[in-house]
Design a protein around this ligand. Structure first.
Ligand code: ADP
Length: 585
């Protein structure tokens, strides 16, 4: 949980620094309006005290009041413009900075923090900061200036009455603070109940058919009624407190004002003070009191924004377990695509007690196609993850063309790799853009050629708008086999010397199966290929099969060799592959 120290707002300083000019301009406008506001009561006093004197003077005073009003209006407008612009600018910068940081984070980072939380920090937390920079801070500063200036002017106007006010103030402040604290706790409680109540409603409504099919409406009603009543009960407590507080505060404030006026009026009668001075004093006192009220309200907002700042600064400063070297070696081009694993042992950060890979030695020659097979959880996908350097091994090393991965920039060697993941990602964009993701500068003709090679051309043409068809969020418009072919087209377009392919485990219908298989054959041609294989057809075509079991390589060779050996592979081939093939027929 973030602390509520307002000092955490200092974390915003580096983002405000580039816009010093804006900030100083806003500060100037703020000081101007505060000063003008503080001058106003003096003008009022002069008007009151000079009421009986000649008409010319009166006109002058009212003229001056008009000028002051103009200054106040322009100063306030200027402050609003500068401060809001500054806030929007700074928040846009923070959003970009945080996104730039997290988009490059390795998967280990996302195992510690939920993506939803990162997104909420980028959107909700920055909105809090916007409200602080764009208004709260300037309102707080203005009120602080008015409070300090108001107190000085009160003292200058009448030391006696000021002393009296300082006697009264604690009597008003103490209940405000204690009741305010209680009120905040009650509102938080109320918010929690409201959140629970909406959670309960959305769960029941989201599963409304299940609720009705199981005739659980009464249960759902009771659940919802319970949390809604709880929320009402806590709201009632909050309202009671607030009402009581209103009674106390209004009475105390007015009693105080009446008391001061009473003593002041006696002084005016006795001639110790002019009526104008009394009016001036009361205006200052009201201004100062208003500032205190405003400040106490803004304090909570500043605290929340401080928490938000802390969370964002934490994201910006988050260290990544995988880092690029300071002086990276570049992968020799054109890359040959030779892959070597030497004694690689690895466990996922979230599973410290269990190795995903254990002493893996693997040498893949340029242009070779190697199928990785083994039971689920054996470590096949992990090999691919390590080759992309999403994680670093605990022991051993991995090289591409003789260069160890940690000696290169990740963006450098990843450019030599095309990936077809098990569950292909389709972006909310057109078919063309989705394929072009593999190489953003590819021409339309190149995109189509890739789609043809991936056996995707025909079904794309059948879509309502051909290549311009929007594929919908996460590719809802496509079948599993079609998604895979789009992903393969993307990889063909990327034209990288190394291909990493995680075959889908789910069985496709026979036709898709053959189409995908043909596409894979085209793609693997002339490239170093590592395939996490689930299909017998794929395995048979591979130059070599490497069998994994519990993180270790237990056998390697051709299909016929391994079947003849009669080990784990022979069993898998008999069971899994044939069953898969049967399912596909
Ligand atoms: P395969 O691809 O052979 O099915 P994996 O390489 O995905 O196997 O998994 C190897 C082991 O690592 C399994 O025990 C799996 O549970 C574990 N594992 C995989 N991914 C993660 C992860 N992100 N965090 C923790 N453990 C993981």
């Amino acid at each position: 949980a973030a602390s509520r120290r307002v000092s955490a707002l200092a974390g915003l300083a580096p983002f405000i620094r580039p816009y010093r000019g804006l900030a100083l301009g806003a500060l100037g406008a703020l000081v101007l309006t505060a000063t003008v506001s503080l001058v106003l009561p003096i003008a009022v006093r002069r008007v009151v005290d000079g009421f009986g004197s000649e008409a010319g003077l009166l006109d002058k005073y009212f003229g001056a009041a008009l000028a002051i009003a103009a200054l106040l209006a322009v100063g306030t407008g200027l402050r609003y413009y500068l401060v809001t612009r500054l806030g929007e600018r700074v928040v846009a910068d923070i959003r970009k900075a945080v996104f730039d940081r997290v988009i490059g984070m390795s998967p280990a980072f996302y195992e510690r923090i939920m993506t939803g939380e990162v997104v909420s920090r980028i959107t909700t937390d920055t909105t809090l900061i916007l409200s602080v920079i764009g208004s709260s801070v300037s309102v707080a500063l203005r009120n602080l200036l008015i409070l300090l200036g108001g107190m000085v002017m009160m003292l200058l106007t009448s030391a006696k009455l000021t002393g009296l006010v300082f006697l009264i103030v604690p009597a008003v402040i103490v209940p405000i603070i204690t009741q305010g604290r209680r009120l905040r706790r009650l509102s938080r409680e109320n918010q929690d109940w409201i959140a629970l109540s909406s959670g309960s409603a959305s769960e029941a409504l989201g599963a409304v058919q299940t609720v009705q099919a199981f005739t659980q409406e009464v249960g759902a009603q009771a659940d919802f009624a319970r949390v809604t009543e709880e929320s009402f009960t806590s709201a009632r407590a909050r309202i009671r407190t607030r009402a009581a507080m209103t009674v106390i505060v209004i009475f105390l404030v007015f009693a105080g004002v009446v008391g001061v006026l009473w003593i002041g009026a006696r002084d005016v009668r006795a001639g110790a003070m002019s009526p104008g001075e009394l009016v001036q004093f009361v205006i200052y006192a009201v201004m100062a009191a208003g500032s205190v009220a405003a400040l106490s309200e803004i304090w909570g907002e500043l605290q929340r924004a401080a928490g938000a700042t802390e969370r964002l600064v934490e994201l910006l400063g988050a260290s990544d377990s995988v880092r690029d070297p300071v002086a990276p070696v570049t992968l020799p081009r054109p890359a040959k695509g030779e892959i070597v694993f030497e004694g690689v042992t690895f466990h996922y950060p979230t599973r410290p007690d269990q190795s995903a890979l254990e002493g893996v030695d693997l040498h893949v020659r340029p242009g070779e196609t190697v199928a990785l097979v083994g039971p689920s959880g054996a470590g096949k996908t992990t090999v691919i993850q390590l080759l992309l350097r999403f994680y670093d091994p605990d022991l051993g090393r991995i090289t591409i063309d003789g260069v160890a991965l940690p000696d290169m920039a990740r963006n450098d060697f990843r450019r030599a790799i095309a990936l077809v993941p098990q569950d292909p990602v389709i972006f909310a964009a057109s078919a063309r853009e989705n394929i072009r993701y593999g190489r953003p500068d590819a021409t339309d003709a190149e995109v189509e050629a890739a789609a043809r090679a991936a056996a995707a051309h025909d079904f794309i043409l059948d879509l309502p708008e051909g290549y311009a068809s929007f594929l919908g969020e996460r590719g809802v418009m496509l079948s599993g086999g079609q998604k895979q072919r789009v992903a393969i087209a993307r990889a063909i377009l990327r034209d990288a010397p190394i291909l990493l392919l995680d075959e889908a485990t789910s069985a496709l219908d026979a036709e898709s199966e053959r189409a995908v298989q043909r596409a894979v054959d085209v793609l693997a041609e002339g490239r170093t290929t590592l395939i996490v294989a689930h299909r017998l057809a794929t395995v048979k075509k591979a130059d070599r099969i490497v069998v994994f079991d519990r993180g270790r390589i237990v056998a390697s060779g051709t299909h016929d060799d391994l079947v003849a050996e009669g080990g784990l592979y022979a069993r898998l081939a008999r069971l899994q592959f044939t069953e898969g093939a049967v399912a596909a027929e």
